[in-house]
Design a protein around this ligand. Structure first.
Ligand SMILES: O=S(=O)([O-])[S-]
Length: 102
C-alpha cells in the first residue's frame, strides 16, 4: 500500500495555508536557487538523513521535484520511516510554476 499521497498544486496550496507542512525541494541546487516554493528547503542527502531520523513524524510533509516522479520515491521513503502525512506534488515544480505564472 502506498504510504504517501499525491497532491495537486491547488490542494497543496490549501495544505500550505492550513497546515504549514515542511516543504522539501528535491531538484538540483541550481534550480532550487533559481526559484522554489516559499519556505521550501533544498534536500541534499545529509539533510534527508537527518530529517528521516529527527524530524517530527506527525508534521505534514510536502515534497516536490521537477515533474512529480523523483518526489514520489522520496515520499515513499519518508512514509516507510513512519511519517504520517507525506505528500508528493503532482506535476512538480513545473506545474506549480505554470499555475502561478512564474
Ligand atoms: O523530477 S522528476 O523525477 O519528475 S523528472
Amino acid at each position: 500500500m502506498k504510504n504517501f499521497k499525491t497532491i495537486s498544486t491547488a490542494d497543496s496550496e490549501q495544505l500550505i495555508a492550513e497546515q504549514q507542512p515542511m516543504i522539501l525541494d528535491c531538484r538540483d541546487l541550481k534550480d532550487y536557487r533559481a526559484g522554489h516554493i516559499e519556505n521550501a528547503m533544498h534536500v541534499h542527502e545529509q539533510l534527508r538523513d537527518s530529517l528521516l531520523k529527527k524530524a517530527d513524524k506527525a508534521k505534514p510533509l510536502l515534497i516536490y521535484c521537477y515533474y512529480g516522479h523523483a518526489s514520489e520515491h522520496l515520499a515513499e521513503m519518508f512514509g516507510d520511516f513512519g511519517f504520517q502525512q507525506v505528500y508528493s506534488l503532482a506535476g512538480g515544480y513545473a506545474d506549480w510554476k505554470e499555475q502561478h505564472k512564474l
